[in-house]
Design a protein around this ligand. Structure first.
Ligand code: NAP
Length: 278
């Protein structure tokens, strides 16, 4: 039988990078993509790998990637590319919010729309795979990450609507990880630009300073390994009947439960305390 192919966005590092190997080990052909394809040069070559440039914020790059997949039996894609914009909402600029949505939401939607016709053409009923990577922060919100929380809530809403629209024909799988050890935290500090300057003299100055230390400390203590996370996603994708929703990590599981059962005032008090906001 011809090989089944799946495309993954954001494979330069982290979950996406591990997913390439995890899917290939399960027999998938993988189209590994990154906005800087040179970052994929060290992937072990093989007939089951195609490497492409793909910036989810660039329509021409998405269109070129679709064309470059036409000769494959591409039956799915994983919208993994994303980053976290940090900053208290009072200090967050409209441009920062726009950029966050441009990558995490509009980019994901653009890839989805561009590749669905190809998937529909290549996949038998129930065989296709649309995988949208959201986050535990798509179900609950933490302080100082409002832009990211909002973008991941939007990903969940889009995936749930898409599933209602096409789910009978093409399974749509939502991935909701808790904290994962990857380059994500390095990127957080890059994306906040001159935020520490902007925070000077505001009530958030000290809070922000502690914030990254705290996230780093929590991540080192509790974060789930990106390789294991990718294995879980690859297993779910490869299942005959993929789950609708894949929650990854104890933090994601328990935070969801705690939010559902605790009175709001207590939940908020816990979060404020955890992030140094009094
Ligand atoms: N790490 C966590 O704690 C965590 C938790 C829940 C959900 N997630 C989600 O999991 C996904 C993967 O994150 P990760 O932890 O593996 O972080 P990561 O190591 O920072 O990987 C993010 C990937 O997204 C790519 N990317 C960013 N903007 C892009 C664009 N415009 N076009 C194409 N690729 C782009 C990055 O490429 P460059 O190298 O070019 O920047 C990188 O390959 C993200 O959607 C993230 O929100 C992460």
């Amino acid at each position: 039988m011809t090989r089944r192919w799946i495309l993954v966005t954001g494979c330069s590092t982290g979950i996406g990078r591990h997913l390439v190997g995890a899917l290939r080990r399960r027999g998938w052909g993988v189209v590994a993509t990154a906005r800087r394809p040179e970052t994929l040069a060290d992937l072990p070559p093989g007939e089951d790998l195609r490497v492409l440039a793909l910036d989810v914020c660039d329509a021409a790059s998405i269109a070129a990637a679709v064309e470059a997949c036409r000769d494959l039996r591409l039956i799915g894609f994983v919208n993994n590319a994303g980053y976290g914009q940090i900053g208290p909402l009072e200090l967050l600029t409209e441009d920062e919010l726009r950029r966050q949505f441009e990558t995490n939401v509009i980019g994901l939607h653009a890839v989805t729309r561009a590749f669905l016709p190809l998937i529909r053409k290549n996949a038998a009923r129930g065989e296709g795979r649309v995988v949208q990577v959201s986050s535990m922060l798509g179900r609950l919100s933490i302080p100082l990450a409002g832009a990211y929380n909002a973008s991941k809530h939007a990903v969940i809403a889009l995936a749930e609507s898409l599933r209602l629209e096409i789910g009978d024909e093409i399974p749509v799988l939502l991935v909701e990880p808790g904290a994962i050890r990857s380059e994500f935290r390095e990127t957080l500090t890059k994306a906040w630009g001159d935020l520490p300057e902007r925070a000077k003299g505001t009530p958030f100055e000290a809070v922000l300073r502690r914030y990254m230390e705290k996230r780093k400390e929590l991540s080192e203590a509790h974060a789930y390994d990106a390789g294991q996370c990718a294995e879980r996603i690859a297993r779910a994708i490869s299942a005959a009947r993929p789950p609708r929703r894949l929650t990854i990590g104890k933090d994601a599981f328990w935070a969801g439960k705690a939010k559902a059962i605790l009175p709001a005032f207590l939940w908020e008090r816990l979060l404020r305390r955890a992030y140094g906001l009094r």
